[in-house]
Design a protein around this ligand. Structure first.
Ligand code: BGC
Length: 509
């Protein structure tokens, strides 16, 4: 039967769970099932709130948002969406949609308020333990990120955070505690979320904590060296990832039986023209953002373009670093939202191109006055669904089809009326088209094992505060009430449709 026919017969959808299998019962005759993880994603600072409650220490984001001028609406994550107190209600919302996984991050400062220099906060352990148990009780797999931008402020104050190689000890110390207390129940670990973004925004343009930058990138009051520090911070992140993976592999993985990976932000980069210069610039852009981390972790070396351009500003791996890097990863997490054109600035004159330390290319969203995709509701997002297929195929080919999870994909809404926010037709269309495109990649052989919509709820959107909304559920920020948007009611259908597409593909083989 054609996929379209299946779709029309999809009158009743029951997403049921046996273990962690999703079954999509379409009619009495047709029943589909797979191990594919479908979920929603979140992060501790954007969701939890409970500022300094129950022994939590200060994080870099607590400090940063409390300084005036950083966040658009002057807000912070002190309360956020109060997931810390409302997680049971939120798990019920997930169960109602029929998802089988939830991606959340652990607040490092809630577990270790003073990093490795203080005690473990047992109230923090208890909170995450209860969250994990409650998820499992509903058949929802916890998919856990160790750090999603937030680190204990203590590490920043004591030795300069990611700029100091000491952080490798702190990160692996923290990871060890998480594996020890939660690893009996958590089978998916992400070491870091969008590490290249943390390095760039924290140490090149200074827009995120610790807000360091210099020269043409700005005059940050915290100081900085935009040409060198992003690469030092990144080097320490790469080695921190490796140190955590080594601990997992040598002490836990055999008996706990989980997987560990890293999540990168990977937007699609389309060459502005088919000139060899623009094509090479596009490859450089990928290397200076994504391969910057994935090449060392998977291939044991920095990308060639970075070595050539950065010279001695790119740190080197010692023999013992390389040994540690060989622990690699089990999967690549991909956060994907949009697409841009890339234009060469190495051989061509660019008015506003980026510097040599950024890879000498220019990003633009228009060509001959036409946008790369339909503009979304925020200035940086363009709907270009084929981008997710292209990103996945690129990663598949470069990294030998390492298992992949789409750890974030979502649509930013900025409507000021509640009615429009609830009737989020654009988000539904976006998710539908991106899932169809993802199915194409899987059909072409890409080993993609899961998809997480960003996000379950509207939440604290970093520098945009509460001004833009990504949730499938609308949050009223006065009383924190959650209301399903159209997308929450459609997500079950979208998941079902996706399974049908793949099932039809498997049947044809
Ligand atoms: C981040 C999320 C963020 C989302 C939307 C991702 O890059 O991981 O924390 O909310 O983008 O901007």
């Amino acid at each position: 039967m054609e996929p379209a026919v299946f779709w029309h017969t999809c009158l009743a959808i029951f997403i049921s769970f046996s273990g962690f299998m999703v079954s999509c019962h379409l009619t009495d005759q047709v029943s589909l099932s797979s191990n594919f993880l479908f979920g929603t994603a979140s992060s501790s600072y954007q969701y939890e709130g409970a500022f300094l409650s129950d022994g939590k220490g200060l994080s870099n984001w607590d400090v940063f948002t409390h300084e005036a001028g950083h966040v658009k609406d002057g807000s912070n994550g002190d309360v956020a969406v109060d997931h810390y107190h409302r997680y049971l209600e939120d798990i019920k919302l997930m169960a109602d949609m029929g998802v089988n996984s939830f991606r959340f991050s652990i607040s490092w400062a809630r577990i270790l308020p003073k990093g490795r220099f203080g005690k473990v906060n047992m109230a923090g352990i208890e909170y995450y333990s209860k969250l994990i148990d409650a998820l499992l009780l509903k058949g929802i797999q916890p998919f856990v990120t160790l750090t999603h931008y937030d680190i204990p402020q203590e590490l920043e104050d004591r030795y300069g955070g990611w700029l100091n190689s000491q952080i490798q000890y702190d990160f692996s110390y923290f990871a060890n505690i998480c594996f020890k207390y939660f690893g009996d129940r958590v089978k998916y670990w992400i070491t870091m979320n969008e590490a290249s973004f943390v390095a760039i925004s924290g140490y090149r343009d200074g827009s995120y904590p610790p807000a360091r930058c210099s020269g043409i990138f700005g005059n940050c009051s915290a100081g900085g060296d935009s040409e060198r520090e992003p690469f030092i911070a990144a080097h320490n992140m790469i080695l921190s990832h490796a140190a955590a993976v080594r601990i997992y592999r040598t002490r836990y993985q055999k008996c706990q039986g989980g997987m560990i990976g890293i999540t990168m932000g990977v937007e699609w980069y389309e060459p502005f023209s088919n000139s060899s210069e623009d094509i090479a610039a596009t490859q450089r852009a990928r290397s200076f953002y994504t391969n910057w981390f994935l090449d060392p972790i998977i291939l044991g070396r920095y990308p060639e373009e970075m070595v050539q351009i950065l010279g001695s500003n790119l740190p080197e791996f010692s023999v013992s670093d390389l040994r540690m890097l060989s622990y690699g990863l089990d999967f690549i997490g991909i956060n994907h939202y949009s697409a841009v054109y890339i234009k060469d600035c190495l051989y061509s004159a660019c008015e506003h191109g980026n510097s040599w330390s950024e890879g000498s290319y220019l990003t633009t969203t228009q060509r001959d006055g036409v946008y790369i995709g339909e503009p979304g509701e925020v200035d940086w997002q363009f709907v270009y669904p084929q981008g997710i297929e292209k990103v996945v195929m690129y990663i598949k080919d470069r990294f030998n089809n390492t298992p992949m999870f789409i750890t974030e994909n979502g649509f930013a809404g900025n409507s000021s009326s509640i009615e429009d926010a609830l009737n989020d037709v654009h988000r539904v269309k976006y998710m539908h088209s991106y899932l169809n495109s993802l199915a194409n990649a899987i059909r072409k052989g890409a080993d993609v094992r899961g998809y997480f919509a960003w996000s379950l709820l509207d939440n604290f959107e970093w520098l945009d505060g509460y001004t833009i909304r990504f949730g499938l559920y609308y949050v009223n920020y006065t009383n924190l009430q959650r209301t399903p948007k159209l997308s929450a009611t459609k997500y079950p259908e979208l998941m079902c449709n996706f399974h049908i597409e793949l099932e039809a593909h498997t049947a044809q083989k």
